[in-house]
Design a protein around this ligand. Sequence first.
Ligand SMILES: *Cc1c(COP(=O)(O)O)cnc(C)c1O
Length: 465
Amino acid sequence: MKKKKTKKQGKNWKKFWKLGVDEFNTQYFGVSKDGELTVAEGHNSYNIADLATKYGTPLQVVFPFIIEDRLEDLIGYFNAYIKILGYKGKFFYHYPMKVNQNREFILPLISEGANLEVTSANELWLVKKLWEGEKFSGKIRVLCNGPKTDQYLDLIEELRSKGMNIVPIIEGSEEIERISKFKGDIGIRVDLDIKADTHWDKKFDRFGLSEKDVLLLNKMKNLKVMHYHLGSQIKTQKSILEGIKHAFTIYEKLQKIHHNLDTLDIGGGFGIPYEKKNFYTAKNVSNKIIKILKNLSNKAGIKHPNLAVEWGQYVVAPAEITIYKVISEKPILKANANSWYVVDGSFINDLKDTWAIHQKWHAIPANNMDVNLKRVWLAGSTCDSDDKYTAGGNYILLPKLSENKNQFIAVLDTGAYQDALASHHCLLSAPTKIVAQDGMIKIVRKKETAESIGKLFGWTNGEHK
Ligand SMILES: *Cc1c(COP(=O)(O)O)cnc(C)c1O
């Protein structure tokens, strides 16, 4: 069958698919002359359809250079505005490990100067292993959030005694007694009495001490950090900035009680423009944050606080893409889309936010980008009706299928949260995972076999008795 070219031969496909645009984080992506998705790392180029053919689908492709670029830029913005505006505090980036704990994410972050933030004893155990393997310098600081089990606290104390710069953050009132006696810097998390513009639409949350309780704490000489976190994927710049202004009112009061308090940690929440509309940018927001903190602390007559930022999703989401192959097409009657494209992976398993919080993704073809298009919905391979991606009931534009050609679909910005949330509904295999770096490909997770998945469910050593 002859490939049908669209009539608009002159069309700029790169633009059409919203590729090559900094504000969408797609500046690395392009389209080859054969209509295939490409990713450029300096002068190296990766053809995604070729990778999908060679390594099989579903496939996750990780680009460490994107992580490095983004973190370098982010640290650069803050340090530049600190200098330009004459701000006296220092900037610290802490990578929240829960966003993606994979080794191929953590190592490039550390090499670019990230400090860490962990939420559990098990994440901290990984940090311990890195530390023992001398994978990072003694200067790195590790903030410990989340509820502190005895196991977690024991590990924190062990690492502190071995010389790690580790800071437990008091998360609830039952932690105050033990952590305040900690022989090192500590922090406190405040549950700010404001509502940010995020998916979590309730007025209450449960993390940290209330504003009232935090101000009643006895003087603590080792209290260095006031921390808060408003939630992920904050929709507006205003919400981020209002959070900082509000937090500062507490910081100022706390500082008068605990004289060594010198760091405001504004947590995570900086969003990704998944929906490719006007979105705020890190360059602008970092400028505004430093301005606000400078003005407020000058007015209050206190030292400019050091600033810690834990923007996780922002830094890592664009560094991974997930590729599926279309394995069948089924008609849909009377809906916004005309066909289901069934893919050889699962949204419910591999891109769980599709299901959990109705995440919208930037889904594009990885090949045949220049042929006629069709309105479709995507279906996963589990037997679950909810295993689908419909762009919120709207439709996804994808190429019409041709009998003798595979159709690959790339979902962009999948590097945050999806891996640790992933599951094995219908015992489907997780995607194969490869890392593309310096023009070379490394397999970091082979396609799961029936046997390896069976083991997770107690079917060991082939003894299926
Ligand atoms: C989840 C979390 C983050 C990261 O949030 P992002 O939305 O990924 O930036 C940072 N800090 C804390 C305390 C968190 O719980």
